[in-house]
Design a protein around this ligand. Structure first.
Ligand SMILES: Nc1ncnc2c1ncn2[C@@H]1O[C@H](COP(=O)(O)OP(=O)(O)O)[C@@H](O)[C@H]1O
Ligand SMILES: [Mg+2]
Length: 274
C-alpha cells in the first residue's frame, strides 16, 4: 500500500513521503474551549501506533480532526509529506488516509459486496472487482456472505465490512477508532494479532485508537496516551507495557497494566526518594 499523491487517481502507487502521517501541535474542538490541544504524533510506514487514554480524553476528536470531519483550530496534519490540514474529508480519503469510525461505519440495508463497491467508488469498474477480491482475501469469512445484507451480519462481521470498505482504496494510512468495541473476545484477538499486523506488513501505517490498551499495545510499535486532550505519554509500546505506573487509570479496563503489578494509582508520578 503506497501513498497516492493529490495528482494521481485514488489508490495509484506513488513514492511514499518521508513519513506516513505527521500531526504537529494540533488543537481542535467543537466551537467552545478546545477539546484537544498541542497534540503531536507520527506514524511510520509499516508501523502500528496506538492512541489510548480514558473515556472523554479526546481520542475520537483527534482522529476526526485528522481525517477532515472536524476543523483544526491550529497546528498541521501531513500525510506522505503532503499537507492535508483542514482539507475536505473526501479529498483526504482519496489522498490515502483511510478512516474507520467507531459507529455508523457500514450501510446496513446494503449487501457486503455493495458496501465494498461504495468503498471503491473512486475507482474504475474493473479495478473495483480486483480490489474486492483483495479485500475478501484479507477477510475470507466475508466471501461466503458477499450477497447478504449487512443487517444480517454479526457485530464482528460488520466491522470486517467496515474495514474492508476502507481498504478498497488501499490506504497508505489506516485510522481505526476503537474497532474492537462490542466485538467478541476471539475476533478482538484476531484483529490485534492477525489483521492489524498484516495491514502494517503490507506497508500501511496504522493508527489504532483503543480502550483495550494492553492488548493493542502488544500489537503496536509506538503508544500515545492521551489525557484531557493532551499527549501524556509518547513512548515505544514495549516501554509503556513495562511501566506499571501507567496502570488502570490511564489505560482503562480489567486487562490493563494492573496485570503488570500496578496498584492502580496512576496519578502518582512521583519517584521514590533516593
Ligand atoms: N459532537 C460533540 N460536540 C461537543 N462536544 C463533544 C462532541 N463530541 C465529543 N465531545 C466532547 O469532547 C470530549 C472528548 O470526546 P471524545 O473525543 O469523544 O473522547 P474519547 O474518544 O477519548 O472518548 C468530551 O468531553 C466530549 O463530551
Ligand atoms: Mg472515542
Amino acid at each position: 500500500m503506497k501513498f497516492a499523491s493529490e495528482q494521481m487517481p485514488a489508490g495509484t502507487a506513488a513514492a511514499p513521503g518521508p513519513d506516513c502521517l505527521q500531526v504537529r501541535d494540533l488543537t481542535a474542538g467543537y466551537g467552545g474551549p478546545p477539546v484537544i490541544s498541542g497534540i503531536s504524533l507520527g506514524i511510520e510506514k509499516g508501523q502500528v501506533a496506538v492512541v489510548a487514554g480514558p473515556n472523554g480524553a479526546g481520542k475520537s476528536t483527534l482522529v476526526k480532526s485528522i481525517v477532515g470531519h472536524l476543523p483544526c483550530v491550529s497546528g498541521s496534519v501531513t500525510a506522505g509529506g503532503v499537507d492535508i490540514t483542514n482539507h475536505p474529508a473526501e479529498k483526504i480519503a482519496r489522498g490515502g488516509v483511510g478512516y474507520v469510525p467507531q459507529n455508523d461505519d457500514v450501510f446496513t440495508t446494503l449487501t457486503v459486496l455493495e458496501n465494498l463497491e461504495i468503498g471503491g467508488y473512486l475507482l474504475r469498474k474493473r479495478e473495483v472487482a480486483r480490489r474486492i477480491d483483495e479485500v475478501l482475501e484479507v477477510f475470507p469469512d466475508l466471501a461466503r456472505m458477499r450477497t447478504r445484507p449487512v443487517s444480517r451480519l454479526s457485530g464482528g462481521e460488520r466491522k470486517m465490512v467496515a474495514i474492508g470498505r476502507v481498504l478498497m482504496l488501499r490506504p497508505a494510512v489506516l485510522i481505526l477508532d476503537e474497532p474492537t468495541a462490542g466485538l467478541a473476545v476471539q475476533l478482538t484477538t484476531e484483529l490485534f494479532e492477525r489483521y492489524i499486523p498484516a495491514l502494517a506488513g503490507n506497508g500501511a501505517g496504522v493508527l489504532l485508537v483503543e480502550q483495550k490498551a494492553t492488548e493493542a499495545l502488544q500489537a503496536a510499535d509506538w503508544g500515545y496516551i492521551l489525557v484531557s486532550g493532551q499527549v501524556h505519554v509518547s513512548e515505544p509500546a514495549s516501554t509503556i507495557l513495562s511501566r506499571p505506573d501507567l496502570g488502570e487509570v490511564f489505560l482503562g479496563g480489567s486487562t490493563s497494566l494492573a496485570d503488570h503489578g500496578s496498584d492502580g494509582d496512576a496519578d502518582d508520578d512521583e519517584e521514590p526518594p533516593p
